[in-house]
Design a protein around this ligand. Structure first.
Ligand code: RP5
Length: 166
């Protein structure tokens, strides 16, 4: 059986404090699955030097996956993918002006060479980012793989076969 390194395996980064309400959905999933993570505010526009340092040190810090959420002109996931080969999962944060479509397009349309795995807009996307990170990590952690399988089985079991009027 292989296990993951002792420090945080996942970095959850976001462009602003205002993104945390969305991005905490990823953290909730990682907590449920027993995955160590860290959370940081790293803005592509407001703290570009912080972004640079985070990306530059991600490999040596042994991060396995980076979940990056941002809204509007959401350059954080793509810029992070440009700076590190650690896989980046992008979460488009829901925006008031354009309902998150601006975030989605900003994150999704990466040029060939620097991919970002883009999730759905908003909280479901953040939760799925946590699950996607878990799936990646489970490839090298058999205990985590068992926990993730159990989580998926429990979700399936919770879905009724017939609709109810309640
Ligand atoms: C982006 O601008 C952030 O990711 C956030 O979604 C959006 C708005 O930020 P605040 O003005 O709420 O700090 O950089």
């Amino acid at each position: 059986m292989t296990t993951l390194p002792a420090g945080p395996s996942v970095g959850i980064i976001m462009g602003s404090q205002s993104d945390w309400a969305t991005m905490r959905e990823a953290a909730v999933l990682l907590d449920e699955l027993g995955i160590a993570y860290e959370t940081r505010i790293v803005s592509a526009h407001r703290t570009p030097d912080r972004l640079w340092t985070y990306g530059k040190t991600a490999v040596e810090r042994r991060l396995q996956v980076i979940i990056a959420g941002a809204g509007g002109a959401a350059h954080l996931p793509g810029m992070m993918a440009s700076k590190t080969r650690v896989p980046v999962i992008g979460v488009p944060v829901l925006t008031k002006a354009l309902s998150g479509v601006d975030s989605l397009y900003s994150i999704l349309q990466m040029p060939k060479g620097f991919p970002v795995a883009t999730m759905a807009i908003g909280a479901p996307g953040a939760a799925n980012a946590g699950l996607m990170a878990a799936g990646i990590l489970a490839l090298q952690d058999t205990a985590l793989a068992a926990r993730l399988d159990a989580w998926r089985d429990a979700l399936s079991a919770s879905i009724p076969e017939e609709p109810s009027d309640d």
